[in-house]
Write a protein that binds this ligand. Structure first.
Ligand SMILES: N[C@@H](CCC[C@H](N)C(=O)O)C(=O)O
Length: 279
């Protein structure tokens, strides 16, 4: 940790977007503090705080702020749509605005609050080339040589989307880990099981890389909507019913827009004794 004395403790926010839950550390005005070890410790739902992802807000010279993501297992993530939406809501409230820009590993992103209060972020263009996902070898990303011929889509992080007749019937805990660690994905992958419930409507269940089963996944919703469109199942505007709520995806000329609810649940403070024990 940099620029932080454990004796001061450390403040954080707990947020969620459609049940995808986050610890958010606001490090604007000081150095970044998160390490893999801190993320892993805080991610423990019994001995820490518990979250699907940890997001750390940093100062940025190019945008309103910068954002970094960690999974509950301490690994880094290049994108997290729902945490991005939650943090953008917080920053927009602080600035008294309905639009912000941010920088993530994906580059410069833009978010807005809609008139109905839902928060939308442009997650950028999907990555459809096998090298960008990334995959270990050249294959057709629209029909991977794996069980069920899933689709591979990158959204700044890797996704493997399998269309099934009934997503409810999938044994996620049994199927997810094997797909996450399949050698075709050198950086592991997030895993999505989707079934069609209407013309532009999908039921989606997710096994997230580094976090396991989650109630929703924003980048997964984007990747699934793109995959469904490319497979000819839907148009470019798709509603995705996840375990924790509904997300909307709109694949426009300027990128894939993700929209959904956000909640700032509580603020907390990590005690000096807890932080010292981690040091
Ligand atoms: N919950 C996320 C995705 C988080 C990152 C993912 N587990 C990864 O390792 O890529 C979202 O809302 O996009």
């Amino acid at each position: 940790m940099m620029d932080m004395r454990a004796s001061d403790g450390l403040g954080f926010m707990k947020m969620h977007g459609a049940g995808n839950d986050f610890v958010v550390i606001d490090s604007r005005g000081r150095g970044a503090v998160t390490t893999a070890a801190l993320a892993r410790a805080l991610g423990d739902r019994n001995r820490g705080v518990g979250f699907d992802q940890l997001a750390e807000i940093r100062d940025s010279a190019e945008a309103d702020f910068a954002l970094d993501f960690w999974n509950a297992d301490g690994s880094r993530a290049g994108a997290c749509g729902n945490a991005t939406r939650c943090v953008c809501d917080h920053v927009m409230r602080g600035l008294g605005r309905d639009a912000v820009t941010l920088v993530t590993a994906r580059g410069l992103l833009r978010a807005v609050r809609r008139a109905d209060g839902l928060v939308s972020v442009n997650m950028g263009q999907p990555q459809l080339d096998w090298r960008e996902v990334p995959l270990a070898q050249e294959v057709d990303t629209l029909r991977l040589p794996l069980a069920g011929e899933p689709v591979a889509v990158g959204m700044g992080n890797p996704h493997c989307i399998r269309f099934v007749p009934d997503a409810e019937a999938v044994a996620l805990a049994a199927e997810g880990p094997g797909m996450e660690h399949d050698p075709l994905f050198p950086e592991r992958t997030n895993v999505e099981f989707a079934s069609q419930t209407g013309p532009d409507r999908l039921r989606l269940r997710v096994w997230e890389r580094g976090a396991g089963i989650t109630l929703a996944c924003g980048s997964g919703a984007c990747a699934t909507a793109v995959a469904a469109n490319l497979r000819g199942l839907t148009g470019r505007q798709v509603v995705l019913e996840m375990d924790g709520g509904v997300l909307e995806v709109d694949w426009r000329e300027d990128g894939v827009w993700l929209t959904g609810p956000v909640a700032h649940v509580f603020d907390g403070w990590l005690s000096p004794a807890y932080l010292e024990a981690l040091a």
